[in-house]
Design a protein around this ligand. Structure first.
Ligand SMILES: [Zn+2]
Ligand SMILES: [Zn+2]
Length: 465
């Protein structure tokens, strides 16, 4: 909830809303987080007062009257309960887990076994449809408020589009004998998404133009849709092992004579070099560091393509939820410089993910050695045309050349998977996951079965408003 310090008026708030206005955070009637309860390091050692650096995090004691929506603060010594934990959520008053500033509100509050309203609807609707006779597959849903009805309707549309699109993509790829450049996929997908019958709704003379724009739309968001997220939540085809990516002519890249100029790479055994370069590229791809012009210049693309699709075929605007995705960039410039750009900057030489990947591949430990390998690999891949370089805010920024990405539906089960995050790999030589937090050796891959459990973590149930 959010509350106004002057009027004490409380209103609904979620962590997706603007947090700058008033005081916003998470209210629970069951806790009283007075100063003796906050984490030890928030207090000065002698007087046990709140350090000024932690002022913003101080839990606000108060009671919410849900009839009048008034939040009334009370004092430490009063026999009352009720606490507003300010956003960002700093620690959990129930299990006392402390959260660092770096993690997102979503990840602090959303556990693997928990579900949001949307997932619940997905599961119930799928189960009801599956249990209905084939000629009567219809579901009417009821909910107790209009906001939720609107939310669920929009959500179901989006969810259906996503499933429909992924199924079409998987079928297109499965029919191909080999890896295919991502840019060649839209032509194959088009007839599955815009069939001849649907095309009749587009004015005759505009059909060619529509197709041209729609192909661009498919191509642009395919790059976003297929990236491996390496997460447990909102997983996609790649995360469940139904899609595999590689890069143009990778087998030949690793034997090019230019390698001689790169002292740290030239003597690496070829199988290891191939895994290493693939991993380096996959790190870029998982951060959406893909230099596609339509992703980089969103406003032009919106005007020229998305608005047109919205006008002519609004129900085929299937990527609405990911149209705002920012392109990631790797740079050695100061990250703060990119604050007002539409890019998500990542430190290049200082990248924790890339350095940990280099450590895993080459058993290096010294930071200067690692940085040298990062730079040599960058320059080699630039020379080979895998990466491209541009100036943004007067700094060099790097990303993948989109045409280099190839995808296929795996022909057989992946060789390995990570026990911790579930990512799948076909490495020839390295036995490690590219995620820095995953330390263990990979294990032989199994098909992944996903269980969804229907309870919220009991200690938060009904407590967070
Ligand atoms: Zn907790
Ligand atoms: Zn992993």
């Amino acid at each position: 909830m959010r509350f106004d310090e002057q009027t004490y008026e409380a209103s609904p708030w979620t962590f997706q809303d603007d947090a700058n206005k008033d005081i916003s955070g998470y209210y629970s009637p069951f806790f009283k987080e007075s100063l003796d309860k906050v984490p030890e390091q928030w207090l000065t050692p002698k007087k046990r007062e709140l350090k000024s650096s932690h002022k913003e995090k101080k839990p606000v004691l108060g009671q919410l009257d849900v009839q009048s929506n008034i939040f009334t603060p009370y004092l430490d010594d009063e026999e009352l309960s009720g606490t507003l934990m300010p956003n960002p959520f700093s620690y959990c008053p129930s299990c006392r887990t402390e959260h660092s500033g770096a993690s997102t509100e979503y990840s602090k509050l959303f556990l693997l076994n928990s579900i949001g309203r949307a997932t619940g609807t997905n599961v119930i609707v799928t189960a009801s449809l599956g249990a209905s006779p084939t000629n009567e597959r219809k579901v009417i849903g009821f909910t107790d408020n209009r906001q939720d009805a609107a939310f669920q309707a929009g959500h179901l549309d989006h969810w259906y589009n996503q499933i429909y699109f992924r199924r079409a993509l998987y079928n297109v790829l499965k029919a191909q004998p080999n890896f295919l450049p991502v840019k060649d996929v839209p032509d194959l997908l088009y007839p599955l998404i815009i069939d001849a019958e649907y095309e009749k709704s587009i004015p005759f003379a505009q059909r060619r133009m529509f197709k041209e724009k729609y192909l661009k739309y498919l191509e642009t968001y395919l790059y976003v849709e297929i990236r491996g997220t390496k997460r447990f939540i909102s997983i996609n085809l790649e995360d469940v092992g139904l899609l595999e990516a590689t890069y143009e002519a990778l087998d030949e890249i690793i034997v090019q004579p230019e390698l001689e100029y790169f002292t740290d790479l030239k003597d690496v055994p070829k199988a290891l070099l191939k895994d290493y370069i693939l991993g380096y590229m996959e790190i870029f791809r998982s951060e959406m560091a893909i230099g596609h012009p339509n992703l980089m210049d969103k406003s032009t693309f919106r005007q020229q393509v998305i608005d047109f699709i919205e006008q002519k075929a609004p129900e085929k605007r299937i990527f609405e939820a990911i149209e705002d995705t920012n392109v990631g960039i790797y740079t050695n410039g100061e990250l703060a410089k990119f604050k007002y750009t539409s890019f998500t900057p990542h430190s290049f030489d200082g990248s924790r993910t890339i350095s940990s990947w280099i450590k895993k591949c080459f058993n290096l430990d010294d930071t200067t050695d690692i940085v040298r390998v990062i730079q040599q690999t960058r320059d080699f891949l630039l020379k080979m045309g895998y990466l491209s370089k541009q100036k943004v805010q007067y700094e060099d920024v790097y990303f993948i050349e989109p045409d280099m990405i190839l995808i296929q539906a795996p022909k057989s089960e992946f060789k390995y998977q990570c026990k911790k995050c579930g990512s799948k790999y076909n490495w020839d030589s390295v036995k490690k996951c590219i995620m820095p937090a995953c330390k263990d050796d990979l294990v032989p891959s199994k098909r992944r079965i996903i269980f969804i459990q229907f309870n919220t973590p009991s200690h938060l149930k009904g407590e967070i408003i």
